[in-house]
Design a protein around this ligand. Structure first.
Ligand SMILES: [Zn+2]
Length: 196
C-alpha cells in the first residue's frame, strides 16, 4: 500500500499553489505526475520527494539549496543491511568529529560471530571533505522513502541528518537514490570500512 506523503510548497517564483513534488520514476509531464493512480503500475517508486514543480509557470526547485545547509549539519547516521545481514551503521557527530562504525554479522549463515566496532575522530578538513561529499550526493534532497513493490527482504537502508533547522529521515527498501553508489563509496572512504 502506498502511504501518501505528497507535499509541495507554493511556487517561490509566481506564488501559485498549483505545485507538486516530482516523482522521478514517472514521466516528466504535469498530467502524469499528478495522477497518483499511476504509482500502482510502478515496480519502484519514491515518495516525499524534495524536488518540486509549478504547474502555473513551469518553475522547478529543490527543498534545500546549495552548500549552506550542510554547514549546519550537527549529526549524521547511516545504516545499510540485508534481511539476513550483514548490517553496517555509521554515526558522525559533526560538532566533535567523532565517527563510529558498527557491523553486525550475517545472522542467517552465522558467519563472523564477532560484532565489529571502529571509532575515530575526524579532523576539521576531513569533516569539510565529508560535507562536500554529502552535498555532491545531494543527500538532503533525497526523497523520504524509496520502495519496491511486493518485496520485503533484500537490502534496507536509512540516512538521518540533523541540522540546526532540520531533521531529515531518508529510507528505502530495495530501491535507492541515483547517487547511492557514490554515497556508499563516500561512507567507505570516511570510515575505512565496508558500507554496502
Ligand atoms: Zn510558479
Amino acid at each position: 500500500m502506498i502511504e501518501r506523503i505528497r507535499v509541495a510548497p507554493p511556487c517561490p517564483k509566481c506564488g501559485s499553489k498549483e505545485t507538486y513534488d516530482i516523482i522521478p520514476e514517472l514521466e516528466d509531464d504535469h498530467n502524469v505526475q499528478i495522477d497518483e493512480s499511476l504509482l500502482i503500475g510502478l515496480e519502484e517508486y519514491s515518495l516525499g520527494n524534495a524536488c518540486y514543480a509549478c504547474i502555473a509557470c513551469g518553475h522547478k526547485w529543490k527543498k534545500f539549496r546549495g552548500r549552506r545547509p550542510y554547514l549546519d549539519l550537527e549529526s549524521f547516521k547511516a545504516y545499510v543491511g540485508g534481511f539476513h545481514g550483514p548490517c553496517y551503521t555509521i554515526g558522525i557527530d559533526f560538532r566533535t568529529g567523532e565517527l563510529t562504525w558498527d557491523s553486525e554479522p550475517d545472522s542467517y549463515y552465522e558467519i563472523d560471530v564477532l560484532q565489529n566496532r571502529e571509532e575515530r575522530v575526524l579532523t576539521e578538513s576531513e569533516l569539510d571533505w565529508l560535507r562536500e561529499g554529502l552535498y555532491k550526493c545531494d543527500v538532503l534532497n533525497w526523497a523520504d522513502n524509496y520502495q519496491m513493490f511486493a518485496i520485503m527482504d533484500g537490502t534496507q537502508w536509512n540516512v538521518i541528518l540533523d541540522g540546526e533547522a532540520y531533521h531529515e529521515v531518508k529510507q528505502g527498501s530495495n530501491h535507492f537514490p541515483k547517487q547511492w553508489n557514490r554515497f556508499c563509496k563516500l561512507m567507505e572512504k570516511v570510515s575505512t570500512r565496508s558500507f554496502r
